[in-house]
Design a protein around this ligand. Structure first.
Ligand code: F6P
Length: 349
């Protein structure tokens, strides 16, 4: 194996740049030229007028400077074309034409599926789990998760200070797509009183009853941490009728949100001034924590060593605190589990 490529794909995640930096250092050490591919798999589809829009030789000088920077230097994107075998063939041909003998893909499960397809077309690939969501069950951590949780914890602590000052409950929405890990760890780390996640069904009326109980016991500043995916596990609730009959204009078909949910809690809990905060992209665009950066550094090095040694079709992960690798296929088939005991404990007040 001579030249290798690297791309970042899916949502950006803190630690992606650190992984690229480690890959560049390792490639330099083993005498392997490195090419950065821009905007995920899109950079392989030859849609740009100039190859320089899609690829860049990654020299150490450039890359050494980016490790601690948030975002991803290579840019990132989701690539719908990769669902189509014809486009995957284009991507594989681009790699062959550029004499790129192996590829490191930093991204989540969709990106790993893409890597698996390329392996089937004869392009050796290694995956590094890069997503804040922590939704890849084969690994104990994904790049960016630790940072995202730390951002949320800092935000919730500030929100709780203001909640306490004003005797107001707070609804705080965190990311995670269909995974409640960011929400649960944030709740556990901040002492939040209620957490709602996509993994566990819940009812609006029950949450209001619990909030009312907390208020009756003197806790007027409870925090409800909601995972963005928790609306999918909410039992049907006619928000339109409820809000319109309780003094708040609401439009038919409007989706529920943290802001709407806070309005409902206010009306169900004696007009308490519940406020909503959506933490949003500050979770993705944050500087990586030491834990994420260190994982990125080790994972990047292992990815290059695997390609150098002719091993491919693998993803890198963390097990019992150690970096390891396993086949993409097996990793994608691992079953998710959710820490229900911890969830019950948070919600037991
Ligand atoms: O996968 C990372 C993530 O931030 C999810 O938590 C979220 O559901 C999604 O990406 C949002 O994607 P976008 O930024 O494209 O709206």
């Amino acid at each position: 194996m001579r030249k290798i490529g690297v791309l970042t794909s899916g949502g950006d995640a803190p630690g992606m740049n650190a992984a690229v930096m480690s890959i560049a250092r390792s490639a330099a050490l083993y005498g392997m030229p490195l090419v950065g591919i821009k905007r995920g798999y899109n950079g392989l589809l030859r849609k740009s007028t100039s190859i320089y829009d899609d690829m860049e030789d990654l020299h150490l000088d450039t890359v050494l400077d980016i490790a601690d920077r948030p975002g991803t230097y290579l840019r990132t994107a989701r690539c719908m074309e990769f669902h189509d075998p014809a486009w995957r063939e284009v991507a594989a041909n681009t790699l062959r034409a550029m004499e790129i003998d192996g590829l490191v893909v930093i991204g989540g499960d969709g990106s790993f599926h893409g890597a698996e397809y390329l392996c089937q077309l004869g392009i050796p690939c290694i995956g590094i789990p890069g997503t804040i969501d922590n939704d890849l069950p084969y690994t104990e951590m994904t790049l960016g998760y630790d940072t995202a949780v730390n951002v949320c914890v800092e935000a919730v602590r500030s929100i709780r200070a203001t909640s306490r000052s004003h005797d107001r409950p707070a609804v705080v929405e965190v990311m995670g797509r269909h995974c409640g890990d960011i929400a649960l760890t944030t709740a556990v780390s901040t002492g939040a009183e209620i957490v709602l996640v996509p993994e566990v069904p819940w009812k609006v009326e029950d949450v209001a009853a619990r909030l009312n109980r907390l208020i009756a016991k003197g806790n007027t500043r409870a925090t409800i941490v909601v995972a963005e995916g928790c609306w999918e596990s909410m039992e049907p609730f006619d928000m339109y009728t409820y809000l319109n009959t309780h003094g708040k204009r609401c439009y038919e078909g409007e989706p529920i949100s943290a802001v709407r949910f806070a309005s409902i809690m206010k009306r169900m809990c004696g007009n308490v001034e519940a406020r909503a905060t959506v933490i949003g992209y500050t979770q993705r665009g944050a500087e990586p924590t030491a834990r994420d950066s260190a994982f990125a550094f080790e994972a990047g090095n292992l990815a290059v060593r695997l390609l150098r040694d002719g091993i491919s079709n693998q993803v890198i992960g963390m097990k019992e605190g150690k970096v390891f690798y396993m086949s993409i296929d097996e990793a994608l088939r691992s079953e998710r589990s959710f820490n229900r005991e911890l969830y019950n404990l948070v919600n037991s007040l």
